[in-house]
Write a protein that binds this ligand. Structure first.
Ligand code: SF4
Ligand code: MG
Length: 336
């Protein structure tokens, strides 16, 4: 059977000036040729600094944005070029949890009605009793008391709000939930609770998660695979173990060096990247990371490295991986 989600050479090139110019001469290359798959029941984390295009990828998958190139295939069906009418029944299958669920919840609508909306829209309840049972079950699933159904959004704490946001996503009975910085605004202890809840729900329901985050420490707790994005492209993708223990891209290595380690003896030397992320309007030539890379050499400035397999299931886009292992600084400090 096909993977649950397949993204092939996805592009999001936004014309500068909001598309009002008849023939725009400049584009924002927000997403510039991104490919990956997500299997049923799997968590893939999309990580990178803000502006790397990870949220835009999420919005394209949800078809909140229409891709300007490439394909998004959900359960074997291409959704990137579907009309909204054809897309309607498929929308149920991919739901979203945003950083602030209250940007998507109406403050004048009680929790009950907010959760009933997707159930009714997608015709998922047989009758009123079935609807009531589904609402109770959703509250149980996300660990909120059933009586909270009668309350208003503002009556809840940040963590509880995020549980409601998750319940609303679950109400549509999706196969995939896109979590866009879903725990980033929460306190540390609450963060852990919500991450654990997502993990439990995933196991219980066989959900796939696309977990978009800038926070590698959180990702390490709950992901199966990781894709690292830089300036609209995937720099490296692999299993959690491969990415965390044997990174094969200098950008991943730098991001990991900033993750605090519980064991002080395992302390990593922090790699400070020079400069800011360049503009996606005119990305650097050759390797997009070359303006900040501690290992940059001549070839990097002119030739773009392709994403290629460095070990089974692990791909990286860096010229260093073409060298003999003893000349590859990425292989020096392999982490335990
Ligand atoms: Fe650094 Fe060159 Fe590798 Fe790019 S290709 S990450 S500039 S070493
Ligand atoms: Mg974002």
């Amino acid at each position: 059977s096909p993977p649950l989600l397949e993204v092939n050479d996805l592009k999001m090139h936004f014309p500068l000036g909001g598309g009002l110019l008849r023939s725009p001469t400049k584009f924002v290359y927000a997403v510039d040729g991104v490919s990956f798959r997500v299997e049923r029941g799997e968590t893939l984390s999309l990580v990178g600094e803000s502006g790397c295009g990870k949220s835009t990828v999420g919005r394209a998958i949800l078809r909140l944005l229409k891709p300007t190139g490439g394909q998004v295939v959900l359960s074997g069906k291409r959704i990137d070029d579907m009309s909204s009418g054809t897309l309607r029944p498929l929308r149920r299958r991919a739901q979203v949890v945003f950083q602030d669920p209250f940007s998507s919840l109406n403050p004048r609508i009680r929790v009950r009605d907010a959760l009933a909306e997707p159930i009714n829209n997608f015709g998922l309840a047989k009758n009123r009793a079935d609807l009531a049972a589904k609402l109770d079950a959703l509250m149980d699933k996300v660990g909120l008391p059933r009586e909270a159904l009668g309350r208003w959004p503002h009556e809840f704490s940040g963590g509880q709000r995020q549980r409601i946001g998750i319940a609303r996503a679950l109400a549509a009975e999706p196969d995939l939930i896109v979590c866009d910085e879903a725990v980033s605004a929460l306190d540390v202890s609450v963060k852990a609770q919500i991450v654990n809840l997502l993990g439990d729900l995933q196991k219980e329901l066989g959900l796939a998660l696309l977990f978009i985050s800038h926070d590698l420490a959180i990702v390490e707790h709950m992901t199966h695979r990781v894709a690292v994005m830089y300036l609209g492209k995937i720099a490296e993708i692999g299993t959690k173990r491969q990415i965390f223990a044997r990174p094969r891209h200098p950008y991943t290595e730098a991001l990991l060096s900033a993750v605090p380690k519980p064991d002080p003896l395992a302390k990593r030397d922090r790699i400070m990247l020079k400069g800011d992320v360049p503009s996606p309007i005119s990305p650097p030539s050759g390797c997009r990371f070359h303006t900040r890379c501690p290992y940059v050499f001549d070839r990097c400035r002119t030739e773009e490295p392709r994403l290629r397999e460095v070990e089974r299931g692990h791909e990286a886009a860096c010229h260093l991986n073409d060298r003999d292992p003893q000349d590859n600084p990425l292989l020096d400090g392999a982490r335990a």
